[in-house]
Design a protein around this ligand. Structure first.
Ligand code: ARG
Length: 394
């Protein structure tokens, strides 16, 4: 069977457990979506546990140019806060594991998700869509061990477990660093500073950082005039913006599995790019487009978060978003200092006309035109108002 192997405690214990319980030949697949891991060490650990084969698949640029690019074009912030990092990566990881399973003639796929999270839904939806004939095994839903018992199990069975560098359980990729841990379970408790790695404490930032972000067709192409490929641009912004104290997210999130959880993230590039992108869309789109696009954004984001990657509407919304984003070309100026401030924007497709809008020299409709407009614009509402509450005179 093929195991989606992150190299962490759960999936490391899972190798041994699958071999013992199912007598399985295990092939491990580690997909690099930009997480800060030592992939050689992960491979070594897999071999020490006697896997039949191990694959490390570099999917960084596919991740950036696929799901992440869509997330930018669709301003994806779940419940206005979470840039979806983990959710965006799961279907791609599943796809890579499935491809490997096919190549190796596996009859089952295993993943490390528990029964409490959204990730199980995302993995299994993808497997059911792309490889419905493959059996799905989720050891962590079956074995009933908590973290302590897993460590105990590992010790008893001589399993080389990864050194625990931090008190937190981290899922990271180039877009988002998701932070979990018992200290964060009280929604009122302030997260300790050492939970964070990408974003310095905003209260410590003294120097402001100014950035020009250039977009072409909805995709960021350059920072301060320097053109970069998307993965590099994201890493650069994570470093620069995170270094100036912007990008921490702390909120109570509605999971798909029926309960609220306190979630903490770091996503400096994601938050900056989405805010800048949305600003540029507002400059370019008609109000009708802008209003409709917000509904598209939210619907797409909810589908991805909720593990419905293969819902046809997800793809259809992306096609329409790409088409609308043809016009989202231009530059947004921002300043970062423990927060983000937009300083200005421009686009060759701006729907903004200085000739009309200029306060002094701009266009002023005549008194008669304005009165006529206001009469008709308010007619529906005021007709109903009068019917219900009289003419307003008492
Ligand atoms: N709450 C987020 C989500 O559902 C992040 C989950 C983090 N996942 C993890 N395996 N640590 O997408």
């Amino acid at each position: 069977m093929a195991l989606a192997y992150s190299g962490g405690l759960d999936t490391t214990v899972a190798i041994h457990w699958l071999k013992t319980k199912y007598n399985a030949e295990v092939i491990t697949v580690t997909v690099n979506v930009g997480q800060e891991d030592d992939f050689e060490e992960i491979e070594e650990r897999a071999h020490k546990l006697g896997v039949l084969k191990h694959y490390t698949i570099d999917a960084r640029s596919e991740f950036a140019n696929g799901p992440v690019a869509s997330a930018i074009m669709l301003n994806a912030l779940y419940e206005d806060k979470y840039p979806l990092g983990t959710a965006l990566a799961r279907p791609l990881i599943a796809e890579k594991v499935i491809e490997t399973a096919r190549k190796e003639g596996c009859d089952a796929i295993a993943h490390g998700s528990t029964s409490k999270g959204n990730d199980q839904v995302r993995f299994e939806e993808a497997i059911k869509a792309m490889a419905p004939d493959l059996m799905i095994i989720a050891p962590a839903r079956i074995w009933g061990m908590d973290r302590g018992s897993e460590i105990e199990y590992a010790r008893k069975n001589n399993i080389p477990i990864p050194e625990v560098h931090s008190r937190f359980s981290i899922d990271d990729n180039l877009w988002t660093r998701s932070i979990e841990g018992p200290e964060l379970d009280d929604p009122l408790a302030e997260p300790p500073d050492d939970a964070f790695k990408w974003v310095v404490n905003p209260s410590k930032v003294t120097e402001p950082l100014k950035l020009d972000i250039e977009f072409e067709g909805g995709i960021p192409m350059a920072i301060n005039g320097e053109r970069m490929k998307l993965p590099e641009l994201i890493l650069t912004l994570n470093r620069l913006v995170g270094g100036h104290g912007y990008g921490r997210v702390d909120h109570v999130e509605n999971r798909v599995v029926g309960f609220k959880s306190r979630e903490v993230y770091e996503a400096p590039a994601a938050l900056t790019l989405i805010e800048a992108h949305r600003d540029l869309e507002k400059l370019v789109y008609t109000p009708i487009e802008y209003r409709f696009k917000r509904i598209m954004d939210q619907t797409w984001t909810d589908l991805v978060y909720e593990g419905l990657w293969h819902e046809p509407l997800r793809l259809e919304l992306e096609e329409m978003a790409r088409s609308m984003n043809k016009w989202v070309t231009g530059t947004v100026k921002v300043m970062v200092r423990g927060g983000l401030t937009i300083l200005g924007r421009s686009s060759p497709y701006a729907g903004y006309s200085r000739e009309i809008a200029d306060y002094v020299k701009g266009w002023y409709p005549s008194d008669e035109e304005a009165r006529g407009f206001i009469n008709m614009w308010t007619l529906h509402s005021l007709t109903a108002y009068r019917v219900r509450w009289g003419n307003g005179l008492s």
